[in-house]
Design a protein around this ligand. Structure first.
Ligand code: PMV
Length: 320
């Protein structure tokens, strides 16, 4: 038996620091990978495909099934998954699962670790199959790790990773050094469906008014925030996070609960900035702070589960 009859692949979760929603309108986004990962082990065997000891189930294992459809030519498999991401936290666990599963299946099929750019593209397609709408933001960030700046055009001064094209759209992924800081992440306890929130913003944009101005300003914030991050100007990163949040609120994806969490964290000593992260309508918010325990306590006082999260996790790893 070659080593590659059994493989293990792992990929990190992520959060969006700047640019959610605006990325749908051709603006850039900036994501940071976490030091917490999803691991998928897969082993060839006789018989059927099992996931964590159970028969493959389209509802429970939608992301795994989508990856199998495109990247497995058949035959029995024993798949096991393990996640160190807080569950249902909006920290990219479905993308990390897609990336790790696609990579494990490609490695089993070819007997070698796959190229990250191939995995990023294939995992994006797998996510699309399940969700119907997505940008390649999450799967790219999870494949590369560290920091990723995704933009429709090459960005001067940033190392380019790969290009993804779909329908009429192009995204270019760039590497960004992650800052040596911790963030605090809290969950609102509400679940916002990404597709619904994207539709809501589209309605506002189509209605005219100031929505498109907010989208364009978020694009500028993302570019400025990327530079501030690279200059390690955390005060400025924090102010830009606050401003990004205000524009997301104007776009309608804030909820009362998210607003309450952002307010609570801003009162904590050491907070430099706070915003919702991801699609909104629920989900999570993030805090940049010089004192993560203070922000975590402030959020727990308003009954929000909160975690101190290190960023800059490495990207996809595959072992035979
Ligand atoms: O829900 P998340 O964390 O995957 O973020 C969605 C980000 C959006 O910009 C709202 C949508 C997208 O596909 O880019």
């Amino acid at each position: 038996m070659s080593n590659w009859d059994r493989v293990r692949a792992s990929a990190p979760g992520k959060f969006i620091l700047f640019g959610e929603h605006a990325v749908v309108y051709g603006e850039p986004s900036l994501s940071l990978a976490l030091d917490r990962r999803v691991t998928v082990s897969a082993q060839r065997r006789g018989g059927a495909i099992s996931v964590n000891g159970a028969t493959l189930n389209s509802y429970r294992h939608a992301y795994i099934e989508a990856a199998l459809k495109s990247h497995w030519s058949g035959g029995g498999l024993r798949i096991r998954t393990r996640s160190r991401l807080p569950s249902a936290s909006g920290l990219g666990s479905s993308a990390a699962l897609s990336v790790a599963t696609v990579a494990a299946l490609m490695a089993l099929e070819s007997g070698a670790p796959p190229k990250p750019s191939r995995v990023a593209k294939a995992a994006f397609e797998a996510e699309l199959r399940v969700q119907g709408a997505a940008s390649p933001n999450d799967t790219t960030a999870s494949t590369h790790g560290q920091g990723v700046f995704l933009a429709p055009e090459p960005e001067a001064g940033l190392p380019r990773l790969w290009k993804i094209q779909r329908n009429q759209r192009t995204w270019i992924a760039h590497h960004v050094d992650a800052p040596p800081v911790s963030f605090v992440v809290a969950h609102s306890g509400q679940r916002g469906r990404t597709a619904d929130q994207v539709a809501l913003v589209k309605k506002r944009v189509d209605a005219g008014g100031d929505a498109l101005k907010s989208i364009r300003r978020i694009g500028q914030i993302t570019r400025e925030g990327r530079k501030a991050l690279q200059q390690n100007d955390l005060q400025r990163v924090g102010r830009l996070m606050d401003e990004n949040h205000e524009h997301l609120a104007r776009l309608g994806v804030e909820t009362d609960r998210l607003a309450a969490l952002v307010q609570a964290s801003r009162k904590a000593p050491g907070t430099l900035g706070a915003k919702l992260t991801g699609a909104g309508g629920g989900g999570s918010m993030i805090v940049l702070t010089t004192s993560p325990p203070e922000a975590k306590r402030a959020l727990e006082r308003v009954q929000a589960p909160a975690w101190i999260i290190n960023v800059g996790g490495g990207g996809l790893e595959v072992e035979g």
